[in-house]
Design a protein around this ligand. Sequence first.
Ligand code: UDP
Length: 193
Amino acid sequence: ANKETILNVDVSNETYDSLIRQLFHHIKEKQQAFIVAVNPEKIMKAEQNPELRDLINTADYQIPDGVGVLLASKLKGGQITNRITGIDLMMEIIREAAKQEKRIFLYGAKPGVAEAAKAQLIQDYPNLQVAGVLHGYTEANEYIIDTINQSQADILFVAMGSPRQEEWIRKNQSRLHVSVFQGVGGSFDVIAG
Ligand code: UDP
């Protein structure tokens, strides 16, 4: 993949189209792909916190979510000019998932929010397969893993804020039968309206 390094943090240089193509190829090939949104705040935090830096750098795609990342790329003579926001990528993935009949799972946010986001998404994309939802304060991790695996989801969006969502994905990824993982922060709240 096409990457640059900004203050020791990897950042992917991709368009929405190239990302979508690669992600759905991973689904087809049953490979896993972990997407992390990178903004200037996370880059600054990662400078002080090597574990956070490794968490970001060992993901598969680090999307430049913030104009500050584009500016940093430009200042060091880099090529990253396309901003990819977490929520916009999530919506592009959902649009393609509806088209290809791939299954999504929504995990995170306060009770009722993922449910409301699901209702809104199905209204917008009637063909969308929402395999399941769980709120972000669900206690038993084994139950969470079983529920997601039994849902046969292809794509898992985790909305629990950063870096909690990324840490959860990293810790549980190997046990989840899911291809695409994206941490999406407050996106379910935005979609639910
Ligand atoms: N959240 C959660 N479980 C927790 C803590 C937070 O599901 O234990 C949810 C919270 O309800 C909200 C989201 O995580 O929907 C955090 O959104 P925020 O905008 O703070 O995340 P950011 O985009 O800033 O990382």
